[in-house]
Design a protein around this ligand. Structure first.
Ligand code: GLU
Length: 611
Protein backbone atom coordinates (compact mmCIF):
# COMPACT_ATOMS: atom_id res chain seq x y z
CA UNK A 1 0.00 0.00 0.00
CA UNK A 2 1.74 3.12 -1.18
CA UNK A 3 1.49 5.99 -3.58
CA UNK A 4 2.94 5.92 -7.07
CA UNK A 5 3.31 8.86 -9.44
CA UNK A 6 4.88 8.98 -12.87
CA UNK A 7 5.28 11.82 -15.36
CA UNK A 8 6.65 12.29 -18.84
CA UNK A 9 6.14 15.57 -20.62
CA UNK A 10 7.33 19.09 -21.31
CA UNK A 11 7.88 20.20 -17.72
CA UNK A 12 10.45 19.35 -15.09
CA UNK A 13 9.38 16.04 -13.58
CA UNK A 14 10.65 16.23 -9.99
CA UNK A 15 8.35 19.04 -8.72
CA UNK A 16 5.35 17.35 -10.36
CA UNK A 17 6.26 14.02 -8.78
CA UNK A 18 6.65 15.58 -5.34
CA UNK A 19 3.37 17.45 -5.63
CA UNK A 20 1.56 14.32 -6.81
CA UNK A 21 3.06 12.26 -3.99
CA UNK A 22 1.90 14.84 -1.47
CA UNK A 23 -1.68 14.02 -2.51
CA UNK A 24 -1.01 10.31 -2.04
CA UNK A 25 0.82 10.41 1.26
CA UNK A 26 -2.34 9.03 2.90
CA UNK A 27 -1.48 5.72 1.24
CA UNK A 28 1.81 5.36 3.05
CA UNK A 29 4.41 7.64 4.52
CA UNK A 30 7.30 5.78 6.05
CA UNK A 31 9.80 6.61 3.28
CA UNK A 32 9.77 8.11 -0.17
CA UNK A 33 11.81 8.45 -3.33
CA UNK A 34 11.93 9.55 -6.94
CA UNK A 35 13.89 8.64 -10.06
CA UNK A 36 14.24 11.24 -12.80
CA UNK A 37 15.90 10.72 -16.14
CA UNK A 38 18.45 13.46 -16.81
CA UNK A 39 19.30 14.91 -20.19
CA UNK A 40 22.01 12.31 -20.73
CA UNK A 41 19.29 9.63 -20.58
CA UNK A 42 20.51 8.29 -17.21
CA UNK A 43 18.17 8.14 -14.27
CA UNK A 44 19.09 9.60 -10.93
CA UNK A 45 17.48 8.21 -7.78
CA UNK A 46 16.95 10.20 -4.60
CA UNK A 47 15.27 8.56 -1.62
CA UNK A 48 14.87 9.22 2.08
CA UNK A 49 13.54 7.52 5.15
CA UNK A 50 10.62 9.32 6.82
CA UNK A 51 7.86 11.48 5.48
CA UNK A 52 7.71 13.11 2.09
CA UNK A 53 8.76 16.48 3.50
CA UNK A 54 12.22 15.00 4.18
CA UNK A 55 12.54 14.01 0.52
CA UNK A 56 11.21 17.37 -0.61
CA UNK A 57 13.86 19.17 1.47
CA UNK A 58 16.61 16.94 0.12
CA UNK A 59 15.43 17.68 -3.42
CA UNK A 60 15.04 21.42 -2.74
CA UNK A 61 11.36 21.02 -3.64
CA UNK A 62 12.36 19.22 -6.82
CA UNK A 63 14.83 21.79 -8.14
CA UNK A 64 17.79 19.54 -7.39
CA UNK A 65 16.88 17.00 -10.07
CA UNK A 66 16.67 17.95 -13.74
CA UNK A 67 14.73 15.97 -16.30
CA UNK A 68 11.26 15.67 -17.80
CA UNK A 69 10.51 12.00 -17.19
CA UNK A 70 10.35 10.35 -13.78
CA UNK A 71 8.64 8.11 -11.27
CA UNK A 72 8.04 8.59 -7.54
CA UNK A 73 6.84 6.60 -4.55
CA UNK A 74 5.72 7.08 -0.97
CA UNK A 75 6.01 3.79 0.88
CA UNK A 76 4.16 1.79 3.51
CA UNK A 77 6.62 -1.01 4.14
CA UNK A 78 5.54 -4.62 3.84
CA UNK A 79 8.85 -6.33 3.06
CA UNK A 80 11.79 -4.79 4.83
CA UNK A 81 11.92 -2.07 7.45
CA UNK A 82 11.26 1.51 6.46
CA UNK A 83 14.76 2.70 5.53
CA UNK A 84 16.51 4.59 2.78
CA UNK A 85 17.87 1.42 1.18
CA UNK A 86 14.44 -0.25 1.17
CA UNK A 87 12.66 2.87 -0.09
CA UNK A 88 11.61 2.88 -3.73
CA UNK A 89 12.57 3.38 -6.56
CA UNK A 90 14.63 0.23 -7.00
CA UNK A 91 16.95 -0.46 -9.89
CA UNK A 92 18.75 -3.28 -11.66
CA UNK A 93 22.50 -3.83 -11.24
CA UNK A 94 23.60 -1.81 -14.26
CA UNK A 95 21.22 1.03 -13.40
CA UNK A 96 19.37 0.85 -16.73
CA UNK A 97 15.97 -0.10 -15.33
CA UNK A 98 14.25 1.56 -12.40
CA UNK A 99 10.87 0.82 -10.84
CA UNK A 100 8.37 1.74 -8.15
CA UNK A 101 5.81 -0.74 -6.89
CA UNK A 102 2.70 -0.86 -4.75
CA UNK A 103 1.57 -4.19 -3.33
CA UNK A 104 3.10 -7.53 -2.43
CA UNK A 105 4.83 -10.01 -4.72
CA UNK A 106 3.73 -13.22 -3.00
CA UNK A 107 6.13 -15.57 -4.77
CA UNK A 108 9.13 -13.34 -4.09
CA UNK A 109 11.13 -16.09 -2.35
CA UNK A 110 10.89 -18.40 -5.33
CA UNK A 111 11.69 -15.55 -7.74
CA UNK A 112 14.67 -14.47 -5.66
CA UNK A 113 16.07 -18.01 -5.77
CA UNK A 114 15.61 -18.17 -9.50
CA UNK A 115 17.24 -14.79 -10.09
CA UNK A 116 20.08 -15.61 -7.69
CA UNK A 117 20.79 -18.77 -9.69
CA UNK A 118 21.08 -16.51 -12.76
CA UNK A 119 23.70 -14.39 -11.01
CA UNK A 120 21.55 -11.57 -9.60
CA UNK A 121 22.42 -10.08 -6.22
CA UNK A 122 20.18 -8.01 -3.95
CA UNK A 123 20.87 -4.92 -1.89
CA UNK A 124 17.51 -4.47 -0.12
CA UNK A 125 14.99 -6.60 1.75
CA UNK A 126 12.10 -5.66 -0.53
CA UNK A 127 10.00 -7.75 -2.84
CA UNK A 128 10.11 -4.71 -5.12
CA UNK A 129 13.81 -5.07 -5.84
CA UNK A 130 13.09 -8.67 -6.85
CA UNK A 131 10.27 -7.46 -9.10
CA UNK A 132 12.60 -4.90 -10.70
CA UNK A 133 15.25 -7.51 -11.35
CA UNK A 134 12.68 -9.88 -12.78
CA UNK A 135 11.72 -7.18 -15.29
CA UNK A 136 15.43 -6.72 -16.01
CA UNK A 137 15.83 -10.46 -16.59
CA UNK A 138 12.96 -10.55 -19.07
CA UNK A 139 14.07 -7.33 -20.75
CA UNK A 140 17.55 -8.71 -21.35
CA UNK A 141 15.94 -11.87 -22.70
CA UNK A 142 13.33 -10.31 -25.02
CA UNK A 143 14.89 -6.88 -25.71
CA UNK A 144 11.42 -5.33 -25.56
CA UNK A 145 9.86 -3.45 -22.65
CA UNK A 146 6.39 -4.67 -23.59
CA UNK A 147 7.54 -8.29 -23.66
CA UNK A 148 9.35 -7.79 -20.34
CA UNK A 149 6.19 -6.39 -18.74
CA UNK A 150 4.02 -9.18 -20.18
CA UNK A 151 6.40 -11.86 -18.91
CA UNK A 152 6.52 -10.14 -15.52
CA UNK A 153 2.72 -10.04 -15.35
CA UNK A 154 2.47 -13.72 -16.16
CA UNK A 155 5.22 -14.76 -13.74
CA UNK A 156 4.44 -12.93 -10.50
CA UNK A 157 1.74 -13.76 -7.99
CA UNK A 158 0.24 -11.29 -5.56
CA UNK A 159 -0.75 -7.69 -5.99
CA UNK A 160 1.09 -4.97 -7.75
CA UNK A 161 0.94 -1.65 -9.47
CA UNK A 162 4.33 -1.13 -11.01
CA UNK A 163 5.85 1.72 -13.02
CA UNK A 164 9.15 1.10 -14.80
CA UNK A 165 11.58 3.27 -16.80
CA UNK A 166 13.96 1.62 -19.27
CA UNK A 167 17.11 3.54 -20.20
CA UNK A 168 16.77 2.44 -23.84
CA UNK A 169 13.35 4.09 -24.01
CA UNK A 170 13.86 7.62 -22.76
CA UNK A 171 10.75 9.66 -22.02
CA UNK A 172 8.62 6.53 -21.65
CA UNK A 173 7.15 4.79 -18.60
CA UNK A 174 5.76 1.26 -18.65
CA UNK A 175 3.16 0.23 -16.14
CA UNK A 176 1.26 -2.90 -15.16
CA UNK A 177 -1.16 -3.72 -12.41
CA UNK A 178 -3.03 -6.46 -10.59
CA UNK A 179 -5.20 -5.75 -7.54
CA UNK A 180 -3.47 -2.46 -6.68
CA UNK A 181 -4.87 0.71 -8.19
CA UNK A 182 -3.29 2.59 -11.06
CA UNK A 183 -4.65 5.36 -13.23
CA UNK A 184 -3.34 7.25 -16.24
CA UNK A 185 -4.00 10.82 -17.34
CA UNK A 186 -3.02 12.42 -20.62
CA UNK A 187 -2.87 16.22 -20.77
CA UNK A 188 -1.19 19.00 -22.76
CA UNK A 189 1.66 19.24 -20.26
CA UNK A 190 2.38 15.55 -20.54
CA UNK A 191 1.21 12.14 -19.40
CA UNK A 192 0.70 11.03 -15.83
CA UNK A 193 0.51 7.79 -13.90
CA UNK A 194 -0.78 7.65 -10.33
CA UNK A 195 -2.27 5.43 -7.66
CA UNK A 196 -5.20 7.77 -7.17
CA UNK A 197 -6.99 10.68 -8.79
CA UNK A 198 -6.01 13.60 -6.47
CA UNK A 199 -2.38 13.27 -7.62
CA UNK A 200 -3.22 14.33 -11.17
CA UNK A 201 -6.45 16.28 -10.80
CA UNK A 202 -4.60 19.56 -11.28
CA UNK A 203 -3.65 18.53 -14.80
CA UNK A 204 -6.55 16.51 -16.09
CA UNK A 205 -10.01 15.26 -15.21
CA UNK A 206 -9.99 12.56 -17.86
CA UNK A 207 -8.68 9.44 -16.25
CA UNK A 208 -7.99 6.00 -17.70
CA UNK A 209 -8.34 3.15 -15.22
CA UNK A 210 -5.82 0.38 -15.78
CA UNK A 211 -7.46 -2.99 -15.27
CA UNK A 212 -5.98 -6.15 -13.79
CA UNK A 213 -3.33 -7.79 -15.95
CA UNK A 214 -3.10 -4.79 -18.26
CA UNK A 215 0.06 -3.05 -19.34
CA UNK A 216 0.49 0.47 -20.64
CA UNK A 217 3.19 2.39 -22.44
CA UNK A 218 3.13 6.01 -21.37
CA UNK A 219 4.67 8.59 -23.71
CA UNK A 220 4.48 12.38 -23.80
CA UNK A 221 0.83 13.14 -24.56
CA UNK A 222 -0.02 9.51 -25.28
CA UNK A 223 -0.89 6.25 -23.52
CA UNK A 224 -1.25 2.87 -25.19
CA UNK A 225 -2.85 0.00 -23.29
CA UNK A 226 -2.19 -3.68 -23.89
CA UNK A 227 -3.49 -6.97 -22.59
CA UNK A 228 -1.19 -9.90 -21.86
CA UNK A 229 -1.74 -11.12 -25.44
CA UNK A 230 0.09 -7.92 -26.47
CA UNK A 231 -3.09 -6.69 -28.17
CA UNK A 232 -3.82 -2.98 -27.97
CA UNK A 233 -6.91 -2.23 -25.85
CA UNK A 234 -9.05 0.77 -26.72
CA UNK A 235 -9.94 2.56 -23.49
CA UNK A 236 -12.28 5.46 -22.86
CA UNK A 237 -11.30 7.96 -20.17
CA UNK A 238 -13.65 8.44 -17.21
CA UNK A 239 -14.51 12.07 -16.44
CA UNK A 240 -13.83 12.91 -12.80
CA UNK A 241 -16.30 15.44 -11.43
CA UNK A 242 -14.57 16.02 -8.09
CA UNK A 243 -13.85 19.57 -7.25
CA UNK A 244 -10.04 20.05 -7.31
CA UNK A 245 -10.31 21.95 -4.03
CA UNK A 246 -12.01 18.97 -2.46
CA UNK A 247 -8.69 17.19 -2.48
CA UNK A 248 -6.91 20.08 -0.78
CA UNK A 249 -6.92 21.24 2.83
CA UNK A 250 -8.93 24.36 2.10
CA UNK A 251 -7.56 26.44 4.96
CA UNK A 252 -7.80 23.75 7.64
CA UNK A 253 -4.72 22.67 9.54
CA UNK A 254 -5.67 19.03 9.11
CA UNK A 255 -7.71 17.14 6.56
CA UNK A 256 -9.55 15.36 9.33
CA UNK A 257 -11.26 18.52 10.59
CA UNK A 258 -12.04 19.57 7.04
CA UNK A 259 -13.54 16.17 6.35
CA UNK A 260 -15.53 16.16 9.61
CA UNK A 261 -16.98 19.50 8.55
CA UNK A 262 -17.72 18.23 5.06
CA UNK A 263 -20.03 15.54 6.40
CA UNK A 264 -23.32 17.39 5.84
CA UNK A 265 -22.28 17.85 2.21
CA UNK A 266 -21.14 14.25 1.82
CA UNK A 267 -24.44 13.06 3.28
CA UNK A 268 -26.49 15.44 1.12
CA UNK A 269 -24.70 14.34 -2.05
CA UNK A 270 -25.14 10.69 -1.16
CA UNK A 271 -28.83 11.21 -0.35
CA UNK A 272 -29.32 13.04 -3.65
CA UNK A 273 -27.84 10.14 -5.54
CA UNK A 274 -30.14 7.65 -3.80
CA UNK A 275 -33.46 9.50 -3.48
CA UNK A 276 -35.32 10.54 -6.64
CA UNK A 277 -38.71 12.29 -6.42
CA UNK A 278 -39.11 11.37 -2.77
CA UNK A 279 -38.39 7.67 -3.33
CA UNK A 280 -35.29 5.59 -2.83
CA UNK A 281 -34.05 4.44 -6.20
CA UNK A 282 -31.21 1.92 -6.28
CA UNK A 283 -31.72 0.99 -9.92
CA UNK A 284 -28.47 2.71 -10.95
CA UNK A 285 -26.73 0.08 -8.83
CA UNK A 286 -28.69 -2.62 -10.65
CA UNK A 287 -30.94 -3.16 -7.61
CA UNK A 288 -34.51 -2.97 -8.87
CA UNK A 289 -37.27 -3.51 -6.30
CA UNK A 290 -37.88 -6.91 -7.82
CA UNK A 291 -34.26 -7.90 -7.36
CA UNK A 292 -34.13 -6.50 -3.83
CA UNK A 293 -37.22 -8.45 -2.87
CA UNK A 294 -35.44 -11.68 -3.79
CA UNK A 295 -32.86 -11.33 -1.00
CA UNK A 296 -33.73 -13.34 2.10
CA UNK A 297 -30.50 -12.93 4.01
CA UNK A 298 -27.68 -10.39 4.02
CA UNK A 299 -24.05 -10.82 5.01
CA UNK A 300 -21.85 -7.79 5.41
CA UNK A 301 -18.05 -8.05 5.22
CA UNK A 302 -15.89 -5.02 5.92
CA UNK A 303 -12.91 -3.74 7.91
CA UNK A 304 -12.40 -1.01 10.50
CA UNK A 305 -14.97 1.77 10.42
CA UNK A 306 -16.75 0.18 7.46
CA UNK A 307 -17.32 -2.85 9.69
CA UNK A 308 -18.91 -0.52 12.24
CA UNK A 309 -21.24 0.74 9.51
CA UNK A 310 -22.11 -2.92 8.98
CA UNK A 311 -22.96 -3.23 12.69
CA UNK A 312 -25.35 -0.27 12.44
CA UNK A 313 -26.81 -1.71 9.23
CA UNK A 314 -27.48 -5.01 11.00
CA UNK A 315 -29.56 -3.33 13.70
CA UNK A 316 -31.45 -1.14 11.23
CA UNK A 317 -32.11 -3.70 8.49
CA UNK A 318 -33.15 -6.46 10.89
CA UNK A 319 -35.48 -4.19 12.83
CA UNK A 320 -37.00 -2.35 9.89
CA UNK A 321 -37.00 -4.92 7.10
CA UNK A 322 -36.99 -8.13 9.20
CA UNK A 323 -34.23 -9.69 7.08
CA UNK A 324 -31.47 -11.52 8.94
CA UNK A 325 -28.11 -9.79 8.68
CA UNK A 326 -24.69 -11.14 9.66
CA UNK A 327 -21.67 -8.88 9.94
CA UNK A 328 -18.11 -10.09 9.74
CA UNK A 329 -14.71 -8.51 9.69
CA UNK A 330 -13.57 -9.22 6.15
CA UNK A 331 -10.23 -10.70 7.23
CA UNK A 332 -12.15 -13.44 9.07
CA UNK A 333 -14.93 -13.84 6.55
CA UNK A 334 -12.52 -14.53 3.69
CA UNK A 335 -10.92 -17.46 5.52
CA UNK A 336 -14.11 -18.98 6.89
CA UNK A 337 -16.27 -21.15 4.73
CA UNK A 338 -19.65 -19.50 5.14
CA UNK A 339 -22.65 -21.73 4.62
CA UNK A 340 -24.63 -19.80 2.02
CA UNK A 341 -28.29 -20.46 1.49
CA UNK A 342 -30.59 -19.48 -1.33
CA UNK A 343 -31.15 -15.81 -2.16
CA UNK A 344 -28.38 -14.28 -0.14
CA UNK A 345 -26.67 -10.97 -0.73
CA UNK A 346 -23.11 -10.29 0.35
CA UNK A 347 -22.43 -6.59 0.93
CA UNK A 348 -18.84 -5.36 0.99
CA UNK A 349 -18.21 -1.86 2.34
CA UNK A 350 -14.94 -0.04 1.66
CA UNK A 351 -14.00 3.62 1.26
CA UNK A 352 -11.11 3.01 -1.10
CA UNK A 353 -12.61 -0.01 -2.84
CA UNK A 354 -9.12 -1.49 -2.67
CA UNK A 355 -9.19 -2.99 0.86
CA UNK A 356 -7.46 -6.32 0.28
CA UNK A 357 -9.45 -8.39 2.79
CA UNK A 358 -12.78 -6.96 1.64
CA UNK A 359 -11.86 -7.60 -1.98
CA UNK A 360 -11.10 -11.24 -1.18
CA UNK A 361 -14.34 -11.58 0.80
CA UNK A 362 -16.15 -10.32 -2.29
CA UNK A 363 -14.32 -12.73 -4.53
CA UNK A 364 -15.12 -15.62 -2.21
CA UNK A 365 -18.82 -14.78 -2.31
CA UNK A 366 -18.75 -14.45 -6.08
CA UNK A 367 -16.96 -17.75 -6.47
CA UNK A 368 -19.74 -19.34 -4.38
CA UNK A 369 -22.28 -17.89 -6.81
CA UNK A 370 -23.75 -15.45 -4.28
CA UNK A 371 -25.04 -12.02 -5.34
CA UNK A 372 -22.76 -9.17 -4.27
CA UNK A 373 -23.16 -5.49 -3.59
CA UNK A 374 -20.28 -3.08 -3.03
CA UNK A 375 -20.62 0.20 -1.16
CA UNK A 376 -17.52 2.16 -2.10
CA UNK A 377 -16.32 5.73 -2.46
CA UNK A 378 -13.70 5.45 -5.18
CA UNK A 379 -14.94 5.17 -8.72
CA UNK A 380 -13.49 2.33 -10.74
CA UNK A 381 -11.77 0.74 -7.73
CA UNK A 382 -11.20 -3.01 -7.69
CA UNK A 383 -14.16 -3.79 -5.42
CA UNK A 384 -16.43 -1.56 -7.48
CA UNK A 385 -15.37 -3.25 -10.68
CA UNK A 386 -15.73 -6.78 -9.43
CA UNK A 387 -19.01 -6.58 -7.50
CA UNK A 388 -22.28 -7.45 -9.25
CA UNK A 389 -23.84 -4.23 -7.99
CA UNK A 390 -22.23 -1.01 -6.75
CA UNK A 391 -23.59 1.89 -4.75
CA UNK A 392 -21.16 4.77 -4.66
CA UNK A 393 -20.94 6.95 -1.61
CA UNK A 394 -20.52 10.57 -2.61
CA UNK A 395 -18.04 11.58 0.05
CA UNK A 396 -15.46 12.91 -2.45
CA UNK A 397 -11.77 12.27 -1.84
CA UNK A 398 -11.02 11.41 1.76
CA UNK A 399 -7.41 12.03 2.69
CA UNK A 400 -7.14 11.79 6.47
CA UNK A 401 -6.34 8.26 7.57
CA UNK A 402 -9.13 8.33 10.18
CA UNK A 403 -12.33 8.11 8.16
CA UNK A 404 -15.19 10.45 8.95
CA UNK A 405 -17.14 11.59 5.90
CA UNK A 406 -16.85 8.30 4.05
CA UNK A 407 -18.16 6.51 7.16
CA UNK A 408 -21.09 8.94 7.33
CA UNK A 409 -21.86 8.47 3.65
CA UNK A 410 -21.74 4.67 4.06
CA UNK A 411 -24.26 4.93 6.90
CA UNK A 412 -26.66 6.76 4.59
CA UNK A 413 -26.42 4.01 1.99
CA UNK A 414 -27.15 1.39 4.64
CA UNK A 415 -30.22 3.32 5.84
CA UNK A 416 -31.49 3.65 2.27
CA UNK A 417 -31.06 -0.06 1.74
CA UNK A 418 -32.90 -0.83 4.99
CA UNK A 419 -35.81 1.52 4.28
CA UNK A 420 -36.26 0.27 0.73
CA UNK A 421 -36.11 -3.37 1.81
CA UNK A 422 -38.66 -2.61 4.53
CA UNK A 423 -41.08 -1.10 2.01
CA UNK A 424 -40.81 -3.79 -0.64
CA UNK A 425 -41.06 -6.54 1.96
CA UNK A 426 -44.27 -4.96 3.22
CA UNK A 427 -42.89 -4.19 6.69
CA UNK A 428 -43.71 -0.47 6.51
CA UNK A 429 -46.44 1.42 4.67
CA UNK A 430 -46.03 4.38 2.32
CA UNK A 431 -46.60 6.92 5.10
CA UNK A 432 -43.90 5.48 7.31
CA UNK A 433 -41.65 5.22 4.26
CA UNK A 434 -42.13 8.91 3.48
CA UNK A 435 -41.55 9.79 7.13
CA UNK A 436 -38.28 7.85 7.25
CA UNK A 437 -37.08 9.50 4.04
CA UNK A 438 -37.93 12.93 5.46
CA UNK A 439 -35.88 12.10 8.57
CA UNK A 440 -32.94 11.07 6.41
CA UNK A 441 -33.19 14.28 4.42
CA UNK A 442 -33.17 16.28 7.67
CA UNK A 443 -29.89 14.76 8.86
CA UNK A 444 -27.49 17.23 7.14
CA UNK A 445 -29.10 20.22 8.88
CA UNK A 446 -28.84 18.48 12.27
CA UNK A 447 -25.21 17.64 11.53
CA UNK A 448 -24.52 21.32 10.80
CA UNK A 449 -26.04 22.21 14.15
CA UNK A 450 -23.68 19.83 15.99
CA UNK A 451 -20.68 21.09 14.05
CA UNK A 452 -21.41 24.68 15.01
CA UNK A 453 -21.36 23.75 18.69
CA UNK A 454 -17.96 22.18 19.24
CA UNK A 455 -16.34 24.60 21.73
CA UNK A 456 -17.43 22.44 24.66
CA UNK A 457 -15.87 19.39 23.10
CA UNK A 458 -12.59 21.24 22.62
CA UNK A 459 -12.61 22.17 26.28
CA UNK A 460 -13.46 18.64 27.43
CA UNK A 461 -10.81 17.15 25.09
CA UNK A 462 -8.11 19.28 26.74
CA UNK A 463 -9.20 17.87 30.12
CA UNK A 464 -9.00 14.23 29.08
CA UNK A 465 -5.94 14.32 26.82
CA UNK A 466 -3.79 12.64 29.46
CA UNK A 467 -6.10 9.71 30.11
CA UNK A 468 -4.56 6.27 29.77
CA UNK A 469 -7.79 4.29 29.28
CA UNK A 470 -11.21 5.23 27.95
CA UNK A 471 -14.22 2.95 27.65
CA UNK A 472 -17.27 3.51 25.48
CA UNK A 473 -20.50 1.79 26.47
CA UNK A 474 -23.92 1.59 24.86
CA UNK A 475 -26.74 -0.74 23.97
CA UNK A 476 -28.18 -1.64 20.56
CA UNK A 477 -27.24 0.89 17.90
CA UNK A 478 -25.47 2.86 20.62
CA UNK A 479 -23.04 -0.04 20.97
CA UNK A 480 -22.26 0.20 17.24
CA UNK A 481 -21.63 3.95 17.70
CA UNK A 482 -19.32 3.15 20.62
CA UNK A 483 -17.23 0.85 18.42
CA UNK A 484 -16.60 3.70 15.99
CA UNK A 485 -16.01 6.29 18.73
CA UNK A 486 -13.48 4.05 20.39
CA UNK A 487 -11.64 3.28 17.16
CA UNK A 488 -11.49 6.98 16.28
CA UNK A 489 -9.98 7.84 19.65
CA UNK A 490 -7.35 5.11 19.73
CA UNK A 491 -6.24 5.40 16.12
CA UNK A 492 -5.28 9.05 16.27
CA UNK A 493 -4.67 9.86 19.94
CA UNK A 494 -2.99 6.54 20.92
CA UNK A 495 -5.10 6.44 24.09
CA UNK A 496 -6.12 2.90 24.88
CA UNK A 497 -9.85 2.62 24.40
CA UNK A 498 -12.44 -0.09 24.03
CA UNK A 499 -16.13 -0.31 23.32
CA UNK A 500 -18.40 -2.61 25.25
CA UNK A 501 -22.04 -3.56 24.96
CA UNK A 502 -23.17 -1.92 28.20
CA UNK A 503 -24.94 -5.07 29.41
CA UNK A 504 -21.72 -7.06 29.07
CA UNK A 505 -19.76 -4.92 31.54
CA UNK A 506 -20.72 -6.91 34.59
CA UNK A 507 -19.44 -10.10 32.93
CA UNK A 508 -15.84 -9.03 33.28
CA UNK A 509 -14.89 -5.63 31.89
CA UNK A 510 -16.13 -3.74 34.92
CA UNK A 511 -13.05 -4.93 36.80
CA UNK A 512 -11.06 -2.45 34.69
CA UNK A 513 -12.87 0.54 36.18
CA UNK A 514 -10.93 2.46 38.79
CA UNK A 515 -10.94 5.96 40.22
CA UNK A 516 -10.92 8.44 37.33
CA UNK A 517 -11.30 5.97 34.45
CA UNK A 518 -13.19 7.79 31.70
CA UNK A 519 -16.35 6.03 30.53
CA UNK A 520 -18.25 7.55 27.62
CA UNK A 521 -21.88 6.47 27.57
CA UNK A 522 -23.93 6.62 24.40
CA UNK A 523 -27.65 6.91 25.00
CA UNK A 524 -29.64 7.67 21.86
CA UNK A 525 -31.85 4.57 21.85
CA UNK A 526 -34.49 5.76 24.22
CA UNK A 527 -36.18 2.37 24.55
CA UNK A 528 -32.95 1.13 26.16
CA UNK A 529 -32.09 4.34 28.00
CA UNK A 530 -33.03 3.26 31.50
CA UNK A 531 -30.94 0.12 31.25
CA UNK A 532 -27.97 2.05 29.88
CA UNK A 533 -28.27 4.68 32.61
CA UNK A 534 -28.11 1.86 35.19
CA UNK A 535 -24.88 0.65 33.61
CA UNK A 536 -23.42 4.17 33.76
CA UNK A 537 -24.43 4.36 37.37
CA UNK A 538 -22.66 1.03 38.07
CA UNK A 539 -19.35 2.35 36.74
CA UNK A 540 -19.77 5.73 38.38
CA UNK A 541 -20.14 4.13 41.81
CA UNK A 542 -16.80 2.41 41.13
CA UNK A 543 -15.05 5.70 40.55
CA UNK A 544 -15.46 6.25 36.80
CA UNK A 545 -15.63 9.73 35.33
CA UNK A 546 -18.61 9.88 32.96
CA UNK A 547 -19.18 11.67 29.68
CA UNK A 548 -22.36 10.98 27.81
CA UNK A 549 -23.84 11.65 24.42
CA UNK A 550 -27.61 11.67 24.22
CA UNK A 551 -30.58 13.27 22.48
CA UNK A 552 -31.79 16.78 23.20
CA UNK A 553 -34.52 16.60 25.81
CA UNK A 554 -33.07 13.63 27.70
CA UNK A 555 -31.88 15.47 30.78
CA UNK A 556 -32.00 12.39 33.03
CA UNK A 557 -28.25 11.91 32.59
CA UNK A 558 -27.21 15.14 34.21
CA UNK A 559 -26.82 13.66 37.67
CA UNK A 560 -24.64 10.79 36.41
CA UNK A 561 -22.52 12.56 33.88
CA UNK A 562 -19.79 15.13 34.32
CA UNK A 563 -20.14 16.26 30.72
CA UNK A 564 -23.12 15.61 28.48
CA UNK A 565 -23.28 16.39 24.80
CA UNK A 566 -26.75 16.67 23.27
CA UNK A 567 -27.49 15.89 19.64
CA UNK A 568 -30.75 16.82 17.87
CA UNK A 569 -33.56 14.30 17.98
CA UNK A 570 -34.03 12.07 15.00
CA UNK A 571 -35.46 8.67 14.13
CA UNK A 572 -33.88 6.05 16.43
CA UNK A 573 -32.51 4.18 13.39
CA UNK A 574 -30.49 7.19 12.24
CA UNK A 575 -28.96 8.51 15.48
CA UNK A 576 -25.50 7.18 14.58
CA UNK A 577 -25.17 9.88 11.94
CA UNK A 578 -25.46 12.54 14.63
CA UNK A 579 -23.98 10.94 17.73
CA UNK A 580 -20.77 9.96 15.97
CA UNK A 581 -19.89 13.59 15.25
CA UNK A 582 -19.10 14.65 18.83
CA UNK A 583 -16.99 11.49 19.15
CA UNK A 584 -15.05 12.33 15.98
CA UNK A 585 -14.51 15.90 17.18
CA UNK A 586 -13.48 14.73 20.64
CA UNK A 587 -10.83 12.42 19.16
CA UNK A 588 -9.64 15.17 16.86
CA UNK A 589 -9.27 17.71 19.66
CA UNK A 590 -7.57 15.20 21.98
CA UNK A 591 -5.09 14.45 19.21
CA UNK A 592 -4.44 18.17 18.62
CA UNK A 593 -4.08 18.75 22.38
CA UNK A 594 -1.45 16.00 22.48
CA UNK A 595 0.42 17.59 19.57
CA UNK A 596 0.17 14.49 17.38
CA UNK A 597 -0.09 14.25 13.62
CA UNK A 598 -3.86 14.01 13.13
CA UNK A 599 -3.92 12.98 9.48
CA UNK A 600 -1.09 10.48 9.54
CA UNK A 601 -1.23 8.45 12.74
CA UNK A 602 1.68 6.13 13.37
CA UNK A 603 1.69 2.64 11.83
CA UNK A 604 -1.45 3.23 9.80
CA UNK A 605 -2.22 3.97 6.18
CA UNK A 606 -5.41 5.06 4.50
CA UNK A 607 -5.92 2.37 1.95
CA UNK A 608 -5.18 -1.07 3.34
CA UNK A 609 -4.45 -2.95 0.15
CA UNK A 610 -2.43 -5.64 1.94
CA UNK A 611 -3.72 -8.52 4.06
N1 GLU B 1 6.01 -4.52 -0.88
C1 GLU B 1 6.66 -3.28 -1.20
C2 GLU B 1 7.63 -2.85 -0.09
O1 GLU B 1 7.58 -3.32 1.01
C3 GLU B 1 5.69 -2.17 -1.50
C4 GLU B 1 4.86 -1.81 -0.33
C5 GLU B 1 3.92 -0.69 -0.65
O2 GLU B 1 2.92 -0.95 -1.37
O3 GLU B 1 4.17 0.43 -0.17
O4 GLU B 1 8.46 -2.05 -0.33
Amino acid sequence: MCGIVGYTGKKQAAPILLEGLSKLEYRGYDSAGVAVRNNKGKHEIVKTNGKLSVLSDKLKKGKALKGTCGIGHTRWATHGMPSEVNAHPHSNDDQTIVAVHNGIIENYVELKEKLTSKGYTFYSETDTEIATKLVDYYYKKWKSPLEAMVSFTLRVRGSYAIAVMFEDYPEEIYIARKDSPLIVGVADEGSFVASDVPAILKYTRNVYYVDNMEIARIEKGKATFYNVDRKVIEKQPVKIDWDADAAEKGGYKYYMLKEIREQPRAVTDTLNSLIKDGKIDLSEAGLSDEKLSSFKRIRIAACGSAYHVGMVAKYVIEDLARIPVDVDVASEFRYRSPVYGENELVVVISQSGETADSLEALRGAKAAGVATLAIVNVLGSAIAREADNVIYTKAGPEISVATTKAYSAQLIVSYALAVQLALINGKIDEDRYAQLIDEMLALPASMEKILSDDEWLKWFASKIANKKDVYFIGRGIDYAICLEGSLKLKEISYIHSDAYAAGELKHGHISLIEEGTLVIGLITQMRLAEKAVSNLSEVKTRGAQIMSVTLEGNYSLQEHSEFTFYVPKTEAYFTTSLAVIPLQLLSYYVCVAKGLDVDMPRNLAKCVSVE
